[in-house]
Design a protein around this ligand. Sequence first.
Ligand code: PGA
Length: 254
Amino acid sequence: MAAYQRPILAANWKMNNGPTAASAFLASYLGRYARRDDRTVILFPSALAFAAARSAVAERPDILLGVQNINAAEKGAFTGENSAAIALDAGAGFVLVGHSERRHVFGETDADTAEKVKRALAHGLVPVLCVGEKIEEREAGETDAVCVRQLRAGFGGLSAEALRDAIVAYEPVWAIGTGRTATPQDASAAHQAIRAELRTLAGEVGASIPILYGGSANASNATALLAAPGVDGLLVGGASLEAESWTSICNAGS
Ligand code: PGA
């Protein structure tokens, strides 16, 4: 079974924090956040700030690092892209796959996410597969169906063994960066549907894959979201950019 201590608190910095800002942020955050063994913290800096972040957490093995994206190809003539092998070599342990901005801003398809998950796993990089519905899909009652479709696309056809360390993030598109958070009840309902599909896809392993909630999570709602049944952690964008709020999110919950 995946060995992450829960809750998992993950920070997606998106296109923020260059090397200078990342170093300054981490100096402040690490001074505030004392290691806790009852949770897991993962940071997703920009690719160009990755080395700075890695060096800033060198003395803090409790702070894990991932990249925000990889290209699905093994290597080659893909100007501007980073591969799973490059991410691993740079020190990443995790990669976000299928984030809503990749899907809806950059046109990434279900098939693309499937290729990226496979490539990540082939290199021992843990995929954090992001799924979630758009507002019109929620209003049409399609929330569970969208999540199930995206899960099947990303994880279908893989062995339970391959998915042993995988992570899922439920991120309703309408809640991302909008200040409109899903209620703990909304999150729980979606997480339940996701859990059922993970069990179908990967049996016992699927029963233990962590499911994070993401979408306008912040220092004020983190404790309530983490207390919602089925929520194993948070994937945080905006509120992870400020050391004080990110520290309080990292200390949220029991
Ligand atoms: P947000 O972003 O917390 O700013 O809504 C979450 C995400 O996109 O992972």
